[in-house]
Design a protein around this ligand. Structure first.
Ligand SMILES: Cc1ncc(COP(=O)(O)O)c(C=O)c1O
Length: 361
C-alpha cells in the first residue's frame, strides 16, 4: 500500500493527445492548442545536433560545467548558480524534496501550475493557496498568508493557466517584504515571450539569496519531448539541489540539443515574433466577439466561454480542435488555448464560431 500522501494525491492531468481525439472522432486533421508547445516545431539547430548524438553507451560528464556556465553567463551569473533538470518539472520535485519537511507551509497562487500542489503535498508539506485577483497573483494577500511555518513561496510568471504577468512594481513590493528565510521560487517557463523581464535575476540571486528561478527549453525552443530544464539560484540553494537531484538526470542528447538550441537565434526570434503577432490578432478577435481574455505574456491565453468550459472543450474536440478546459485547471468558465500558427488559430476561431461560442461582432 502506498503512503497516505500518495493516496491523497490527485494525479497530474496532461492535455488531450492527438491520437486520443483521432480514436474518438476519426478526424483527418486535428489542431492541438492544448499544451503550450511551439507550433513551429523544434529548433532546427537542435534537431541537427541530435542527429549526431553518439556515445550513448557511456555515462556522460554529469557536471555539465560548460553548459551551466553558458546559461549562467547569459544572466550575469556563474555555473555555481545553475542546476539542470529533466525538464523544469523535475526541478520542482527536487525543490520539494530538498527544502520541505512534513507540515511546512508553501504559499502558492490559485489557480497556478498544478504541479506545485502535487510536489508539495507528496512530501507532506501544506500548500496554502491564495486566489488570484483579476487573474493576477495577489502579492499582498500571498504575503499576508506567510506565517511562522512558511518555508517557500511560489510565483508563476507568466502564470499558467491565466498567462498573466506581474508588473515591475509588484516584484519590488514582493522583494521588499518577503521574509529572507522563506525560499522564493519563481517559475519562468515562458520567460522568453516576455516583453520586459520585470526584475533582474542576477541582482535577486546575488542580493537576496534563498531563491530559485526555473526556466525550460520545452516552450519557445520547441524541445518539450527532449526534457531539458534549468534553474538559477544562489550558490547555497543550488548546492543543495545538486545534492538531491538524481545523477545523470540530463541525458547526453538533451544536453547536446539544448546547447545547439541556445545558438539558434533565428528560430528563437521567429518563434517570439509569430507568437506576439498571433496572440494579439486572436485575442483582439475574441474580444470583438464579446469574450474576455486576460492580458497574456505567454504563448497561450485564457478566454471566457458562454457555456460550461468542459462543454465548450467537448464542442471544439468534436470539430478537431484540442484546447484545455478551465474546469480541469481550477479556472471555470474559461478555456486555456495555445497560440498556434496563423492557420491553426483561424481553425480555432472558425470552430468556436461554428459551435456558436461567442457572438460575432
Ligand atoms: C509554469 C510551467 N512550469 C513548468 C512547465 C514544464 O516545463 P518542463 O517541460 O520543462 O518540465 C510548464 C509546462 O507546461 C509550465 O506551464
Amino acid at each position: 500500500m502506498s503512503r497516505p500522501a500518495v493516496r491523497a494525491l490527485a494525479p497530474y492531468v496532461a492535455g488531450t493527445s492527438i491520437e486520443e481525439v483521432r480514436r474518438r472522432f476519426g478526424h483527418a486533421r486535428i489542431v492541438k492548442l492544448a499544451s503550450n508547445e511551439n507550433p513551429l516545431g523544434s529548433s532546427p539547430l537542435a534537431l541537427a545536433a541530435l542527429r549526431s548524438a553518439d556515445r550513448l553507451n557511456l555515462y556522460l560528464d554529469d557536471a555539465h560545467e560548460a553548459l551551466r556556465e553558458r546559461l549562467g553567463a547569459s544572466e550575469g551569473l556563474g555555473a555555481e548558480n545553475v542546476v539542470l533538470g529533466h525538464g523544469s518539472n523535475e526541478i520542482v520535485n527536487t525543490i520539494a524534496q530538498t527544502f520541505l519537511d512534513p507540515g511546512d507551509e508553501v504559499v502558492i497562487a490559485d489557480p497556478s501550475f498544478s504541479l506545485y500542489r502535487l510536489a508539495v503535498s507528496l512530501v507532506g508539506a501544506l500548500p496554502v493557496e491564495v486566489p488570484l485577483l483579476d487573474g493576477v497573483h495577489d502579492i499582498e494577500r500571498m504575503l499576508a498568508a506567510v506565517g511562522p511555518r512558511t518555508k517557500a513561496f511560489f510565483v508563476c510568471d507568466p502564470n499558467n493557466p491565466t498567462g498573466t504577468v506581474l508588473p515591475a512594481v509588484a516584484w519590488d513590493y514582493l522583494f521588499e517584504r518577503i521574509p529572507p528565510d522563506v525560499l522564493l521560487v519563481i517559475d519562468r517557463a515562458y520567460a522568453e515571450y516576455l516583453d520586459a523581464a520585470g526584475f533582474d535575476i542576477a541582482q535577486l540571486v546575488l542580493g537576496r539569496g534563498n531563491v530559485v528561478v526555473l526556466r525550460t527549453m520545452s516552450k519557445v525552443y520547441g524541445l518539450a519531448s527532449l526534457r531539458f530544464g534549468y534553474a538559477y539560484g544562489d550558490r547555497e540553494s543550488i548546492e543543495w539541489l545538486q545534492r538531491v537531484r538524481l545523477p545523470f538526470n540530463v541525458s547526453r542528447p538533451a544536453a547536446l540539443g539544448a546547447a545547439a538550441a541556445l545558438d539558434d537565434v533565428d528560430f528563437l526570434e521567429k518563434s517570439i515574433a509569430l507568437n506576439a503577432a498571433e496572440r494579439s490578432r486572436v485575442t483582439d478577435e475574441l474580444r470583438a466577439r464579446g469574450l474576455h481574455c486576460y492580458p497574456s505574456g505567454a504563448n497561450f491565453y485564457a478566454v471566457t466561454v458562454p457555456i460550461a468550459a468542459h462543454d465548450a472543450y467537448e464542442a471544439l474536440l468534436e470539430r478537431g480542435i484540442i484546447v484545455r478546459s478551465g474546469d480541469a485547471l481550477r479556472m471555470p468558465g474559461r478555456l486555456r488555448v495555445t497560440v498556434g500558427t496563423r492557420e491553426e488559430n483561424d481553425a480555432f476561431l472558425a470552430a468556436l464560431a461554428d459551435a456558436a461560442l461567442g457572438t460575432q461582432a
